[in-house]
Design a protein. Structure first.
Lengths: 315, 495
C-alpha cells in the first residue's frame, strides 16, 4: 500500500511540473498585452511602460516563469493585474461558490444514477430498463447549457420558483445559498447522472455474469440479496473512476454554466481573466484546477486500493 | 470570505431595516444590471468604461460634469471665470463639500487630482486631457486657478470626463477597492464577480437623491441577460446585449425599452497607409459599396443611426453627410476600375468581439465581395486587436465603435492606427482647440466633418444605439449615453 501510494505521489508531482510549463507557455503565447488592454486606446507610451513595470511585465518570460513557480511553492499565487487583489484571495472567495456547486451537482448526480442504474440492471431487457436507458440516452445527448436555459425558462421566468441566476451569498443562510445553486446544480447534474447510470448498469451486468455471482445464488441467496451484497460492491470500481472524472469536470468545467447563471465562481473568473488578459490569474487558477484534478485522481487511485484489496499488494 | 461575510451581514441587516421602514412608502432601492464588471473602482487609472458606469457622478465628481443630454454643467466647481486670452480658468469651488471619509474637499484636493493625472508617472488612460495644463495653483481653499499653455475650447468638457474626477490624497492608496469621493453615493460592498452595492451618502453637499441603495449586477451572457430581466431579478439593464429581444420587452407592459444614442461612431476602419487603401478612389469605392441600412438591420436589428462622417448625430454641430457615400455598387465598381482594380483585390478584415463587429463584419464582407473586394475575416479578442491592429497597424480593414465623446481629433494624429495624414485637417484641429467662440467652433467642426467624409478616410457606418430595458416604474434613466455613466441621483420609482 505504501509503495503504491508513493508511486502515485511521484507521478502526481511530475504531472504538476509538466502542467505548469504547458500552462505558462500556452497562455503567454497568446497575443495581447495586459497593460494596453487595461489602459485602452488613448494610453500614452510612457503610461503603458509605467504600468508594465508596476505589474512586473518588463522582465523576461523565463524569469517570470520561475518567479511564478517559486511563488506558488510558497503558496503565493501572485496579484491579479486588473483587480489588484491576491489571486489566492480571489480563488478562495470563488471557491465558496464553485466547490459547493460541484458537490451539490455530484450529490444529485449520484443520488439519481445509483438507483437508476441498479434498477435498470436488475430489470435487464424489461420495460423499466428500456425506459431508464432511453432517458439516459437523452441525458447524455442534451448539452448542459441548453438544458440550463430551459430550466431558467420554466422555473425562473414562468413559475418564478427560482431566480434566473446570481448567487444569494452564504451570509443570507445556507438555504438561500443552496436555493440559488439549485438550477445550476441540476443543469450540471443531469447529464452526468445519465452517464453514471449507464456505467453503473453495465458494470453491474458484467458482474452479474461472473462465476462468484452464480456461487452466491447457489448458496441460496435471492437475486436481490446477491445483487446488493456482491454485485453493487464489485461494480463500484468503474463507477468510482467515473465519479472522480466527473468531479474534476464539475469543478473545472462549469465555466459555461457559471456564465449562464452569472455565478461568481471560478469558471467565471477564468473567463473574465482570459478576455482581459489577466495572465497571472488565468495561469494560477488553471494550475490550481490542474492540481485539483490530479489530486482527485490520486484520491480515486487510493480509493481503488481501498475497495479492491488486489491493488494493495500489487507493486 | 470572512470580510465579505461581515460586510454582507451588516448590509443584510441594513437592508431588512430598510425593507421594514420602507414597507409603507415607495420603493427606494434598485438593482441595475450591465454586461461588464469593473476591474477596479478608480476611474482615473483605467480605460474600462464599466468603472465609470458604476462610479461616475455617484461616488466621484469632477469640477464639471456631463448631463444626460450631453451638456456640460458645473459640479464641484460652482462657477468659473476665464481670462480674456482664454488661458487662465479660475474655479470657485462649492462650500461645505466633504469626502466620504469626512475630510473637506478644497482647492488643495483639486490641485492634487489634476497634478496627479498629468504627472510623469501618471497611470491616467486619458492623459492627453491634461496635456494642455501648464500649472494648477491654489488661490484660497475655495478657489483654484488653472493656467493653460494655450487657449483650449475643450477644457471644461475635458474636466467633465470620469478620468478627471477629484480624489483626495488621504484615500488615494486604496482607491481601487475602497473609493472615497464626494458624490451622493458611497461604496457599500463589492462582491467581486457578482455585485457592487452603493448606499446613499447622508452627508452629500447637494440634494439628497431618491434612491437609498443601488445594486449593480454583472451579466455578460446575452441569454442570461434576457432571463434576468424577464424573471424580474433586475430592475434595469443598461447596455442590453440582445437587441433581438427588445420587441418582446416593448410588447410587455411590465417593461419599458429606452433607445438612445451613444458617442460610439461605428466605422469600417481602413489602413490609409496600406496599399491599395492609400488610393482615395479605392476608399471611395468601398464607401459606395456599403449599404448602411442593411448593416443596421442585419447586425443591430434596426437600432442605430446612419452616419456619413465621424461625428455624433445628436451633437448640435452635426451635418448629415451620408449622401457622400450613398449605396451605389455600380459606382463602386467603376471607381475600382478607375483606380486600377477592375477585378477587385484581396484584403483582411479584423473583427473584435462585440456583435456590431462580428455580425456587421459578415454583412460588410458580403457587400464588398459583390463589387470584387474579397475581405478575409479574422475574429480577434480585444487584447489581440489592440496588439495587432491598434498598435501593430497590421491590418487592412477592421470594424470598431469609437466611443470617446468628441473624438474627431484622432484624425489629426497621423500615427493613429488608421494612419490618416492630412496637414490641412491637422491645422484645422489646432485652430479649433484654440477657439472658444461657440459659433466659430461649430463652423470649424462642420468643416472637419466634411474633410474626412470627402476624403473617405474610413467607412462611416452608424452611431451605436444605447439600449436599455427597465421595469415600467423606473423614472429618470438616461436614454442617451454621452459618457459611460449611471446617474443614480436622477433615478426614482413612480408612485
Amino acid at each position: 500500500m505504501l509503495r503504491y501510494s508513493l508511486k502515485r505521489a511521484l507521478s502526481l508531482v511530475l504531472s504538476l511540473a509538466v502542467a505548469s510549463l504547458v500552462i505558462f507557455a500556452v497562455i503567454e503565447v497568446a497575443p495581447g498585452d495586459p497593460a494596453s488592454f487595461m489602459l485602452g486606446v488613448n494610453a500614452q507610451e510612457d503610461t503603458l511602460a509605467a504600468l508594465r513595470a508596476e505589474l512586473g511585465l518588463d522582465v523576461s518570460k523565463t524569469e517570470r516563469y520561475f518567479t511564478w513557480v517559486a511563488g506558488m511553492l510558497q503558496g503565493d499565487f501572485g496579484v491579479s493585474y486588473t483587480y489588484r487583489t491576491p489571486v489566492s484571495k480571489m480563488v478562495a472567495d470563488r471557491m465558496w461558490v464553485s466547490l459547493p456547486l460541484a458537490l451539490y451537482a455530484l450529490a444529485l448526480s449520484t443520488a439519481i444514477a445509483f438507483p437508476a442504474g441498479i434498477y435498470a440492471a436488475s430489470r435487464r431487457g424489461k420495460a423499466g430498463d428500456v425506459a431508464v436507458m432511453g432517458a439516459t440516452q437523452l441525458g447524455v445527448a442534451v448539452p448542459n447549457f441548453w438544458f440550463a436555459m430551459m430550466l431558467v425558462l420554466v422555473f425562473a421566468i414562468n413559475l418564478r420558483w427560482f431566480n434566473a441566476g446570481g448567487f444569494a451569498g452564504w451570509d443570507k443562510g445556507i438555504w438561500a445559498g443552496l436555493h440559488s445553486l439549485t438550477l445550476p446544480a441540476v443543469a450540471l447534474a443531469l447529464p452526468q447522472a445519465a452517464i453514471l447510470a449507464r456505467v453503473m448498469r453495465s458494470a453491474l451486468l458484467d458482474i452479474l455474469g461472473e462465476d462468484f455471482m452464480r456461487t452466491a445464488r447457489a448458496k441460496g441467496l435471492t437475486r436481490r440479496q446477491a445483487l446488493w451484497r456482491h454485485g453493487v460492491r464489485n461494480a463500484l470500481i468503474p463507477v468510482l473512476t467515473i465519479i472522480g472524472l466527473q468531479f474534476s469536470f464539475l469543478l473545472a468545467g462549469s465555466i459555461i454554466i457559471e456564465q449562464v447563471f452569472y455565478l461568481p465562481g471560478l469558471g467565471r473568473l477564468v473567463f473574465q481573466s482570459i478576455s482581459s488578459r489577466d495572465l497571472i490569474v488565468v495561469e494560477s487558477v488553471v494550475m490550481l484546477l490542474v492540481f485539483a484534478v490530479i489530486m482527485v485522481n490520486f484520491l480515486v487511485d487510493l480509493a481503488y486500493a481501498a475497495v479492491d484489496p488486489r491493488l494493495r499488494s500489487r507493486t | 470570505m470572512k470580510w465579505i461575510g461581515k460586510q454582507g451581514l451588516v448590509s443584510g441587516l441594513a437592508l431588512s431595516a430598510l425593507l421594514l421602514a420602507g414597507a409603507a412608502s415607495a420603493k427606494d432601492d434598485i438593482t441595475i444590471a450591465m454586461q461588464l464588471e469593473p476591474p477596479h473602482l478608480d476611474p482615473t487609472s483605467a480605460a474600462a468604461q464599466a468603472i465609470d458606469s458604476v462610479v461616475y457622478v455617484n461616488i466621484f465628481e469632477g469640477l464639471t460634469r456631463f448631463m444626460g443630454d450631453g451638456s456640460i454643467v458645473p459640479a464641484l466647481a460652482e462657477s468659473w471665470e476665464i481670462s480674456d486670452d482664454g488661458t487662465v480658468y479660475t474655479f470657485n469651488l462649492h462650500d461645505g463639500v466633504t469626502f466620504h471619509d469626512g475630510t473637506t474637499m478644497d482647492a488643495e484636493d483639486v490641485k492634487f487630482s489634476l497634478d496627479r493625472a498629468r504627472a510623469e508617472d501618471s497611470a491616467n488612460a486619458q492623459k492627453a486631457l491634461f496635456a494642455g495644463i501648464d500649472s494648477v495653483d491654489v488661490v484660497d481653499p475655495q478657489t483654484v486657478k488653472v493656467t493653460l499653455k494655450e487657449p483650449d475650447g475643450n477644457f471644461l468638457f475635458n474636466m467633465a470626463w470620469g478620468d478627471a474626477v477629484i480624489v483626495a490624497p488621504e484615500s488615494i492608496e486604496n482607491i481601487k477597492t475602497a473609493p472615497v469621493g464626494t458624490g451622493p453615493y458611497t461604496l457599500g460592498e463589492w462582491v467581486q464577480g457578482d455585485k457592487i452595492v452603493l448606499n446613499r451618502n447622508p452627508g452629500y453637499w447637494g440634494d439628497q437623491p431618491a434612491l437609498a441603495q443601488a445594486t449593480f449586477k454583472f451579466i455578460s451572457d446575452p441569454t442570461a441577460a434576457f432571463a434576468a430581466v424577464m424573471a424580474e431579478d433586475v430592475d434595469v439593464f443598461t447596455g442590453f446585449p440582445a437587441p433581438e429581444n427588445l420587441p418582446q420587452f416593448e410588447a410587455d407592459p411590465r417593461f419599458q425599452v429606452l433607445v438612445g444614442s451613444t458617442e460610439g461612431e461605428t466605422i469600417l476602419s481602413t489602413n490609409n497607409k496600406q496599399p491599395p487603401f492609400d488610393n482615395i478612389k479605392v476608399r471611395q469605392a468601398m464607401a459606395h459599396a456599403i449599404d448602411r441600412q442593411a448593416i443596421i438591420d442585419g447586425a443591430m436589428f434596426g437600432y442605430g443611426t446612419p452616419i456619413g462622417s465621424h461625428f455624433a448625430p445628436h451633437n448640435p454641430a452635426y451635418v448629415d453627410l451620408t449622401g457622400n457615400s450613398a449605396f451605389d455598387p455600380d459606382k463602386a465598381r467603376a471607381l475600382l476600375a478607375e483606380a486600377g482594380f477592375p477585378d477587385g483585390f484581396e484584403t483582411t478584415l479584423h473583427l473584435p468581439p462585440p456583435s456590431y463587429a462580428r455580425r456587421g463584419g459578415e454583412i460588410i464582407a458580403a457587400q464588398l465581395a459583390a463589387v470584387g473586394i474579397k475581405a478575409e475575416i479574422t475574429n480577434v479578442e480585444w487584447a489581440q486587436w489592440l496588439e495587432t491592429v491598434f498598435k501593430g497597424k497590421n491590418f487592412g480593414l477592421t470594424i470598431v465603435s469609437h466611443t470617446e465623446p468628441m473624438d474627431i481629433g484622432i484624425y489629426a494624429r497621423p500615427d493613429y492606427y488608421f494612419q490618416y495624414d492630412n496637414p490641412a485637417f491637422q491645422e484645422l484641429m489646432t485652430t479649433l482647440n484654440s477657439t472658444t467662440d461657440p459659433d466659430k467652433r461649430t463652423e470649424l467642426l462642420q468643416q472637419a466633418q466634411r474633410i474626412i467624409s470627402e476624403d473617405y478616410v474610413n467607412g462611416y457606418l452608424f452611431q451605436l444605439a444605447a439600449l436599455s430595458v427597465a421595469k415600467a416604474g423606473v423614472r429618470g434613466l438616461w436614454a442617451n449615453a454621452p459618457t459611460a455613466a449611471t446617474d443614480l441621483a436622477a433615478i426614482s420609482w413612480a408612485e
